[in-house]
Design a protein around this ligand. Structure first.
Ligand code: ADP
Ligand code: MG
Length: 317
């Protein structure tokens, strides 16, 4: 397939009409209309074969996940997604790959009404860079910097599932289907992010691991966090596969869950959890914001726990 046949294939499989797209795929750049009073929210994420996903991952899963990890960033800002741009670098112009990729992408894009409005297609090592754009009413975006001493730390859904699946795959063992789903088809918490707007004091999505990502909230807010290890909501399939200590480590340090970790003033916890429940999302209080710096973890007896691997970091020594 030629570059332009590839682009046509992607375009055909991802068609989605939005009134705010003045000009989409096909010109030198897209023209987009943001409603008055909204701030543009923009983010981008790259998936590299062998770094972010194992060689041989199904193209449809890659298409879904490339969009999901981006939408997760918009969710953490409390944004409503609108548009996406796709920079695709492929070793070869394989029709099957592009078709599968576009179908997986489109399945999630349709759920959130995201229009693909442009991109770039090049030859090289398999690398997928997706940019998504969305909106929030001006001044209402959730950020990492608003956590205050006394706030309650909460997390949506369950933790450790994606990392548990990865551990199975790396050991060449079979992973239970629900865990594979967590790894390959993460569900971005868009509705939860909207429900948390004007309620949470700070928010981040858990992409690199809970401790690492909550650490970013702490650093940006100038506070510390104390987590209760026994309160962590574990992905249910984990406990039959791993011992208690491994489960805890997967929940604290495993990446790729794409849940939202947020802080909320104590008097707003009940209303926040209720708003999340209305949005179809369970959330669990897991700790407190305190004076100081960094994230510590305690068990029910109050003993501090060492955290073996804080989370994924590129260029780690
Ligand atoms: P240019 O050379 O002006 O950068 P291209 O020939 O690269 O334009 O792309 C032609 C059109 O197709 C542009 O509108 C571009 O945004 C779009 N496009 C290219 N690759 C992709 C892709 N992978 N996904 C979506 N749109 C793409
Ligand atoms: Mg180009």
């Amino acid at each position: 397939m030629s570059e332009f046949a590839l682009i046509d294939t992607i375009r055909a499989l991802t068609t989605l009409a939005r009134g705010d797209v003045g000009l989409g795929i096909g010109d030198d750049a897209a023209l987009l209309e943001l409603p008055p009073g909204q701030q543009l929210v923009a983010c981008t994420d790259t998936l590299v074969e062998g770094v972010h996903f194992l060689r041989g991952t199904a193209p449809a899963d890659l298409g879904w996940k490339a969009l999901a990890v981006n939408l997760s960033d918009l969710a953490a800002m409390g944004a409503t997604p609108a548009w996406a741009l796709l920079a695709l670098t492929l070793p070869a112009a394989g029709r099957d790959f592009v078709q599968g990729f576009a179908e997986g992408y489109a399945a999630l894009a349709r759920q959130h009404g995201v229009a693909l409005v442009g991109g770039d297609t090049t030859q090289g090592s398999l690398t997928i860079t997706l940019t998504t754009l969305g909106g929030v009413p001006a001044g209402t975006a959730l950020t990492r910097s608003g956590a205050r001493v006394g706030d309650v730390v909460c997390v949506t859904g369950t933790l450790g599932g994606a990392a548990g699946a990865l551990r199975c795959l790396q050991a060449r063992a079979e992973a239970p289907a629900p865990l594979l789903q967590r790894l390959h088809r993460p569900v971005p918490r868009i509705e939860a992010g909207l429900a948390l707007r004007a309620r949470a004091s700070a928010c981040i999505d858990v992409s690199d691991g809970l401790v690492a990502d909550l650490g970013h909230i702490c650093a940006a807010s100038g506070v510390a966090a104390q987590l209760d290890a026994d309160a962590l909501p574990l992905a249910p399939e984990l406990t039959s596969l791993f011992d208690a200590e491994s489960c805890r480590e997967l929940a604290l340090a495993g990446g790729d869950d794409y849940e939202l970790c947020f802080t909320v003033a104590p008097e707003r916890v009940a209303a926040s959890l209720a708003a999340l429940a209305d949005a179809g999302c369970v959330a669990t209080p897991i700790g407190r914001i305190v004076d100081g710096a960094g994230v510590s973890v305690h068990d029910h007896a109050g003993h501090g726990l060492a955290i073996a691997h804080a989370g994924w970091e590129h260029f780690a020594p």
